[in-house]
Design a protein around this ligand. Structure first.
Ligand SMILES: NC(=O)c1ccc[n+]([C@@H]2O[C@H](COP(=O)([O-])OP(=O)(O)OC[C@H]3O[C@@H](n4cnc5c(N)ncnc54)[C@H](OP(=O)(O)O)[C@@H]3O)[C@@H](O)[C@H]2O)c1
Length: 262
């Protein structure tokens, strides 16, 4: 029997990158997986891959900027797979790029809705059921930008700092309940998000940030998405109980130890 047999997971932002790798890894460990994003064809391809391995999967088209998205996702997952016991808040956007006083206000606020408000909405919808069963995992995919502001990507830094505080807040409120919340810093990962940052001109994101992200690429520092996915899947299992309310950086000794555990 696999560690996550019988669990139902909802993973946002599963159409590519880290979210897709997380969905595949959770399924490999036995979970039934609902996947949400706007790119339906990509989700369906991953769902077919999971089903071919004998697990249940669900591809759900959703724009997390929309007010009704969270409720629709939780309802559809419950109806088709069962009550959600693992929520991975992974979807995020990194823009708008530019000085805080110059970027488009609506784009800034949209980033906060997708990166922070949607995780809050999803968490509050799934937690009551998790508490009733006495078991649940909320995993918020955050970023080192929560602690060290990413220059010219202020909405991203602010949203991730808020996401970490949401984790800490939930950690206190959920203590000793069997339901845990954790933030994960996945490190520097080879995804479309990294490509999007590298494609910004230095005059938009500033020469220091442009140089740093080109260096990650040129020096071969980008990890494959499967590596943070293994860390997130470990936290979705028994190990999650040890990290309630905490922030787990993949580059920390705790992160390394969790990866070594498998
Ligand atoms: N890559 C890195 O180096 C890195 C570093 C630190 C933290 N992270 C974090 O890791 C997570 C995954 O990042 P990634 O690098 O895998 O990014 P990515 O390749 O850009 O993927 C982002 C995912 O979010 C989804 N998404 C974006 N806007 C959405 C919306 N409005 N509604 C629904 N889904 C939406 C995208 O799907 P659609 O476009 O199909 O909707 C996609 O599946 C993010 O939380 C990111 O902040 C990444």
């Amino acid at each position: 029997m696999s560690q996550l047999d019988g669990r139902v997971a909802l993973v946002t932002g599963a159409s590519r990158g880290i979210g897709r790798a997380v969905a595949l890894e959770l399924a490999r460990r036995g979970a039934a997986v609902a996947m949400a994003a706007r790119s339906t064809a990509e989700l369906q391809a991953t769902a077919a891959q999971i089903e071919a391995q004998g697990r249940r999967a669900l591809a759900l088209a959703a724009d997390l900027d929309e007010a009704q998205a969270a409720e629709a996702l939780v309802r559809q997952t419950r109806e088709q797979l069962g009550p959600i016991s693992i929520l991975v808040n992974n979807a995020a956007i990194v823009g708008p790029f530019g000085a805080t006083w110059e970027v488009d206000r609506e784009e800034w606020e949209r980033a906060l809705r997708v990166n922070l408000v949607a995780p809050f909405r999803l968490a509050r919808l799934v937690i009551p059921e998790m508490l009733r069963t006495g078991w649940g995992r909320i995993i918020n995919v955050s970023s080192g930008a929560a602690r060290n502001p990413m220059e010219r990507a202020g909405a991203y830094s602010v949203s991730k700092a808020g996401l970490d505080m949401l984790t800490r807040q939930l950690g206190i409120e959920l203590a000793d309940s069997g339901v845990t919340a954790v933030s994960v810093y996945p490190g520097v990962v080879d995804t479309a998000m990294q490509t999007a940052i590298r494609s910004q001109p230095p005059e938009v994101i500033g020469p220091a940030m442009a140089q740093r992200f080109h260096d990650y690429h040129q020096r071969g520092l980008l990890q494959l998405p499967e590596r943070p996915a293994r860390l997130i899947a470990a936290l979705a299992g028994d190990a999650g109980a040890r990290f309630n309310g905490q922030i787990v950086d993949i580059r920390s000794p705790e992160g390394e130890a969790l990866l070594a555990e498998g």
